[in-house]
Design a protein around this ligand. Structure first.
Ligand SMILES: [Zn+2]
Ligand SMILES: [Zn+2]
Length: 295
């Protein structure tokens, strides 16, 4: 299995000279597995650039796994050009929205309306298959076993673990904030909440355990996080702590904060590395366009 980031940015695309090195597209990761299947993790604006590499290739079978339907994870989907060719098969995977009780088809139907886009869903020529993902229910895509785990975020968000038959593995969080107890230690509800959080953390750690490549939402520094607690995003220090706890081999910090320039990212990265001290895994800033091998 190998993978490539096509979008590494959180919230909103940030093109321009300040982000040219790491990239300004929102979240999208291409994965090619041992059985030569194309898997795509999230469909932020980066998926448009990925689609350009597929032109002239037909028929295309693509498996697009959506962590959650916040804009920065789906806004490139209407621009995934293989949707426009009748020879292609597009599989779209994602969770059931607990509020509207709609499956992942909502990611396309919401965007493909004439008010917002010149093409409507019924005009897509490719065969689109929608798959509802449920917690702990594994999916087999060619040589890859996909295991979804619900992660803490303001909406339902699945982290996906991919285990390939070649022995390599990766886990992508989508957006993730380590849960914390909202009650004070002397509050009557503190203990039951703490129990719930600790059980959830055990489940999350088990889902990530021993993974080769751990790709984590690392939006904030600790100082920034103090003002953004509860927004649903992680920190560099939480990512490093998690990689240590689950014994990952490589840690990829992604979902870069949109105002962050390349230079600011690298300055923060050096501080993060210095603070982390000795670790027995490699740490990378996710960068668009680079081929990575998980192991
Ligand atoms: Zn996001
Ligand atoms: Zn989100």
């Amino acid at each position: 299995m190998k993978f490539k980031f096509w979008g590494v940015r959180g919230s909103i695309p940030t093109p321009g000279p300040r982000t040219v090195k790491y990239g300004g597209n929102t979240t999208c990761i291409e994965v090619n597995n041992a059985s030569n299947d194309l898997l795509v993790l999230d469909a932020g604006t980066g998926i448009f650039a990925l689609a350009q590499t597929l032109l002239g290739r037909a028929p295309i079978v693509a498996h697009i796994l959506i962590t959650h339907t916040h804009w920065d994870h789906i806004q490139g989907l209407p621009f995934f050009l293989p949707l426009l060719s009748a020879q292609n098969q597009i599989h779209l995977y994602g969770g059931m929205d607990p509020v509207t009780q709609t499956g992942i088809e909502r990611a396309l139907t919401a965007q493909l309306q004439y008010s917002y886009f010149p093409i409507i869903e019924t005009q897509l020529k490719a065969k689109v298959h929608y798959h509802t993902v449920r917690p702990g229910e594994t999916l087999q895509i060619g040589s890859t076993l996909v295991t979804p785990t619900v992660l803490n975020h303001p909406v339902l968000n699945f982290g996906y673990r991919l285990d390939d038959s070649d022995g390599s593995s990766l886990f992508f969080t989508g957006d993730y904030e380590t849960p914390s107890n909202p009650y004070a230690a002397d509050d009557a509800d503190y203990a039951s909440n703490q129990q719930f959080i600790e059980a959830k953390l055990r489940e999350v750690h088990a889902a990530m355990h021993g993974v080769d490549a751990l790709i984590i939402d690392s939006s904030y520094t600790d100082a920034e996080y103090a003002k953004k607690t509860g927004w649903g995003h992680g920190t560099y220090s939480a990512a490093i702590r998690l990689a240590r706890q689950v014994q990952a081999r490589k840690l990829f910090l992604t979902h870069h904060e949109p105002t962050r320039s390349d230079q600011e990212l690298e300055t923060i990265f050096q501080e993060v590395l210095a603070k982390a001290g000795a670790v027995d895994f490699e740490i990378y800033l996710a960068r668009e366009g680079v081929d990575y091998i998980p192991t």
